[in-house]
Design a protein around this ligand. Structure first.
Ligand code: PAF
Length: 282
């Protein structure tokens, strides 16, 4: 497995593979890799000839310095996990290589970035799409995979790829969950033991709303209340939002008539968790 640390080295690597007719698949990550990331690698490997994992904790997308500073960076474990997963190259640039002095160009997302996570995390999605555009350019990706836990991020990236005519296929990969239902996230490692035990209420709350939907409930307010009531009953959870939004526009809906997501964000101590479930007739 090759490890590359500069955009030029990464581009050379991909150029050589593409010249041989190989399709380059990419999994952008911020490291602290878990089974959810391995599912992304597996998805990419099914439709690419060579697979690259990018590992970069992107300062542009953090709202709080403390969150950026405390983000886990277990690079040796990450490299081992990539090797075990059959990854061909890891692209792990430094912040100086990504944002050298004089850097000043950003990608500006549109309305999709104003919903859900947007008001809570000003500038977050601008940082995400800027770095993803750079990572796609450096890796010369033919296909790239993103997790559906961050379904808003996925929608914004798909929009950017379409709006900027980027020649890359975007895969959305289903959420991978812990044995008790907690959505896998690099942030889970920072939960205290009691908060980890309590955090299961997020997926439980959304699961209750989903069961109610399956039983015929279509009123978004009622579905939302089902989830909020369950979450609010957990004293360790501080609920930031629970919303039911259209799956395409991410606009809030009053009735679920077309596919929608019910999405939640909640704090457990200083760890913020998000999760969502697709409400679809299929
Ligand atoms: O989802 C993530 O891990 C990050 O937002 C991403 C897409 C790697 C950009 O830094």
């Amino acid at each position: 497995m090759d490890v590359l640390t500069t955009p030029a080295a990464m581009q050379d690597w991909s150029r050589a593979h593409r010249a041989e007719g190989r399709r380059v698949g990419v999994v952008p990550t911020m490291g602290a890799l878990h089974h959810g990331h391995v599912a992304l690698v597996d998805a990419v490997r099914r439709c690419a000839d060579v697979t690259v994992v990018t590992i970069f904790v992107n300062p542009l997308q953090f709202n709080l310095d403390a969150d950026f500073d405390s983000y886990p960076r277990p690079i040796d474990d990450d490299l081992d996990r990539c090797r075990d997963a059959g990854v061909d190259a890891v692209y792990a640039p430094t912040a100086a290589a990504m944002y050298p002095p004089g850097f000043q160009t950003h990608v500006e997302p549109g309305d999709l970035a104003e919903r859900l996570e947007g008001p809570m995390r000003p500038g977050h999605f601008r940082g995400v799409v800027t770095v993803v555009a750079k990572l796609l350019a450096a890796t010369r990706a033919d296909v790239a995979a993103f997790g559906r836990k961050d379904f808003q991020q996925l929608a914004i990236i798909r929009r950017m790829v379409s709006d900027l005519d980027l020649d890359v296929e975007i895969l959305g990969v289903p959420i991978v969950r812990e044995h008790d239902g907690l959505a896998m996230s690099s942030r889970n490692a920072r939960l205290t033991t009691p908060d980890r035990a309590a955090a299961v209420v997020v997926s439980q709350a959304l699961g209750r709303a989903e069961r109610s939907f399956r039983a015929g409930e279509r009123d978004a307010g009622a579905l939302r209340s089902t989830a909020v009531d369950h979450l609010s009953a957990e004293p360790r959870a501080s609920v930031e939002y629970v919303e039911v939004v259209d799956a395409d526009t991410l606009d809030p809906v009053t009735r679920v008539a077309t596919p929608a997501h019910i999405a939640a964000a909640a704090w457990f101590g200083d760890v913020r968790l998000i999760d969502n479930v697709l409400l679809d007739e299929q």
